[in-house]
Ligand binder design. Structure first.
Ligand SMILES: Nc1nc2c(ncn2[C@@H]2O[C@H](COP(=O)(O)OP(=O)(O)O)[C@@H](O)[C@H]2O)c(=O)[nH]1
Ligand SMILES: [Mg+2]
Length: 252
C-alpha cells in the first residue's frame, strides 16, 4: 500500500477517501480545506502551511458533535496535544479540524477530526459535513441533563444526514465532575443500547477513555476498509466494553 504524507497538526486532505489512501494535496503547501470551508460560508481563521513529513496509509474523517459546552474542543485538544484547556477562551467558531495519525496494528491511520460548534446557527453548515464523515462522536455533558436529552435530536439529525454506515459512538463527557453530575452512567448506557451504539464516559480533564474513544473508531474504520480474510473479526462493541475504564478506576 502506498504511503501518503499527513499533516502533523492542522491541514491535510479535504476528502479522505474512506479506505483507500487519501489524495495527497499537501505537497502544494496549500490547504484545500480552507477553500472548502469558505465555500460553505464559514469564515475560518488562517491556517499554517503544511510541511510535515509524517506518513499515513489510510485516512478518515471523524466529526465531534453535540451541544455547545459539552467539551468537544477540549476532548480534541486532549487527544491531539494531551492537555486540558480550562476556561472559555477555546470556544469554536464554525468548523475546525485537527489531524492525528494512529498506528493501528502496523497500519498508519490518519484521523482528520472535525470540531463543530453546537450552536443552532451552525447546524446548516454541519449538515454538509455529516455527509462525508466516516465516524461521528456524539458528546453530551454528564453535568448537564439538557445536553443528554438533546442527544436524541442529534441522533435523529445523524440518521437523516450522515452516511448509513457511519461509525457512531456516544460519549458522556466530564466524567471527572462527580460532584455536579446529573446524568448517571446507566442512563447513558441505556440510551446507547436503545440506539445500538457503543458508549463510554470520558473526561477531557483527566483523560479518561479519550485515547480509547478515538482508537476504537480508528480500529473499526481500519478493519472495515482493509478486511483481509485471514484477519480476526473486529467487533467495536466488544472492544469498547473490554477496554473502557469507569470513573474512580485506575487509569486517567
Ligand atoms: N470538568 C470538566 N470540564 C470540562 C471537560 N471538558 C470540557 N470542560 C469544560 O467545559 C467547557 C466547555 O468546553 P468546550 O470544549 O469549549 O465545549 P464545546 O463547546 O463542546 O467545544 C470549558 O469550560 C471546559 O473547560 C471535562 O472533561 N471535565
Ligand atoms: Mg468547541
Amino acid at each position: 500500500m502506498s504511503r501518503k504524507k499527513a499533516s502533523k497538526s492542522k491541514g491535510g486532505n479535504a476528502s479522505p477517501s474512506g479506505g483507500t489512501p487519501a489524495k495527497d494535496n499537501t505537497k502544494s503547501g496549500k490547504n484545500s480545506l480552507v477553500v472548502g470551508v469558505q465555500a460553505n460560508g464559514v469564515v475560518h481563521p488562517s491556517r499554517p502551511v503544511c510541511n510535515s513529513s509524517e506518513f499515513y496509509d489510510i485516512a478518515f474523517k471523524v466529526m465531534l458533535v453535540g451541544d455547545s459546552g459539552v467539551g468537544k474542543t477540549c476532548l480534541l485538544v486532549r487527544f491531539k496535544d494531551g492537555a486540558f484547556l480550562a476556561g472559555s477562551f477555546i470556544s469554536t467558531v464554525g468548523i475546525d479540524f485537527r489531524n492525528k495519525v494512529l498506528n493501528i496494528d502496523g497500519v498508519k491511520v490518519k484521523l482528520q477530526i472535525w470540531d463543530t460548534a453546537g450552536q443552532e446557527r451552525f447546524r446548516s453548515v454541519t449538515h454538509a459535513y455529516y455527509r462525508d464523515a466516516h465516524a461521528l462522536l456524539l458528546l453530551y455533558d454528564v453535568t448537564n441533563k439538557a445536553s443528554f436529552d438533546n442527544t436524541r435530536a442529534w441522533l435523529t439529525e445523524i440518521h437523516e444526514y450522515a452516511q448509513k454506515d457511519v461509525v457512531l459512538m456516544l460519549l458522556g463527557n466530564k466524567a471527572d465532575a462527580s460532584h455536579s453530575r446529573t446524568v448517571r452512567r446507566d442512563e447513558g448506557e441505556r440510551l446507547a443500547k436503545e440506539f445500538g451504539v457503543p458508549f463510554m464516559e470520558t473526561s477531557a480533564r483527566s483523560g479518561l477513555n479519550v485515547e480509547l474513544a478515538f482508537t476504537a473508531i480508528a480500529k473499526e474504520l481500519k478493519y472495515r476498509s482493509m478486511k483481509e480474510t485471514d484477519e480476526p473479526t473486529f467487533k467495536l462493541h466488544e472492544y469498547v466494553s473490554k477496554e473502557v475504564q469507569t470513573t474512580g478506576c485506575c487509569r486517567p
